[in-house]
Design a protein around this ligand. Structure first.
Ligand SMILES: [Zn+2]
Ligand SMILES: [Zn+2]
Length: 301
């Protein structure tokens, strides 16, 4: 199961009624945060989720509205006497950018590991999920992320019996582990059916539509995508500032055949995103205007 919360839905600056775009996802006792703008820690508080299990923070890019909240969050985590290490993932320059921000948060009771994304895409396996960063197209180096949780095939009791596999080894095999019994290697494929559909979440913001999004978002259960502008006459502005209109996001969702899409990263001038949703749903019916703290649980089918 993956617990997902869109902490904020704004772009550029936090507003009294709208925090900046950031995502928090929880699974198996660990939490992942993507982006941390000014006020993101307040959004987490408002949601009522804990800072403690956050073990990974990813950044799409280093514009202020996606990272300026980091030193404050680190200080809060430090004040809670966190001891466990924290992993940060982001585009090239991660360590330099974070260490610059840490001039105002120099002493923390936990260590920080930096994982700089290399090249057009990179996969990170951890905490029971697979995180993939892929290049998108903004006016600075920027990445989107997919988070996937695999699901192994169904355990076939009959096959296990036929092959005389003792019952005490069924559990590790079911978890995908191989075991050695008196020189005989037992592998999961001996007792498991074909892999079943897992869980897939995609998050992309601050980008033009790209093939990398179309391909990586493919088949997502939930696709969270930026939509800076709802007004149709702002299409040229979206091109100029390397953002998207609602309709471009909807077209991507349609082409990637995702189950559901939430829009986010609204321009501060866009006060009522719902007004444009009828038009958006003509392109992609399962589109929703993202709201602060909008949440869902993604589960295995
Ligand atoms: Zn932004
Ligand atoms: Zn940006």
């Amino acid at each position: 199961m993956l617990d997902v919360c869109l902490l904020g839905s704004g772009g550029m600056m936090p507003l009294p009624y709208r925090w900046l775009t950031a995502l928090m996802a929880r699974t198996g006792g660990s939490s992942l945060l993507i982006d941390c703008g000014e006020g993101t820690q307040i959004a987490i508080k408002e949601k009522g989720w804990s800072f403690k299990p956050i073990d990974v923070i990813c950044f799409t890019h280093y514009h202020g509205d996606h990272i300026s909240g980091l030193p404050g969050l680190l200080l809060t985590m430090g004040n809670a006497d966190r001891r466990e290490p924290l992993t940060l993932i982001g585009p090239k320059g991660l360590e330099r950018v974070v260490n610059s921000l840490r001039v105002i948060a120099p002493e923390l009771p936990f260590s920080i590991y930096f994982l700089e994304i290399e090249g057009a895409q990179q996969i990170f396996e951890m905490n029971g999920y697979r995180l993939k960063a892929f290049r998108v197209n903004h006016n600075v180096l920027c990445y989107g992320y997919t988070l996937e949780i695999d699901r192994v095939g169904k355990f076939d009791v009959e096959r296990a019996r036929e092959q005389e596999i003792p019952q005490k080894y069924w559990n590790p095999l079911q978890k995908g582990e191989s075991v050695e019994v008196k020189g005989r290697i037992l592998t999961p494929d001996m007792v498991l059916g074909p892999p079943r559909k897992g869980i897939k979440l995609t998050y992309t913001t601050d980008t033009r539509p790209t093939d990398s999004i179309r391909e990586n978002a493919k088949g997502s259960d939930l696709f969270i995508c930026e939509g800076m502008y709802g007004e149709k006459d702002k299409a040229a502005k979206a091109v100029e500032y390397k953002h998207m209109t609602f309709y471009e996001a909807a077209q991507l969702a349609k082409e990637a055949q995702v189950k559901e899409m939430w829009l986010t990263h609204y321009s501060p001038s866009l006060t009522r995103p719902e007004e444009y949703m009828d038009e958006v749903r003509k392109i992609f019916p399962e589109a929703k205007a993202g709201k602060d703290r909008m949440s869902t649980e993604l589960v295995f089918e």
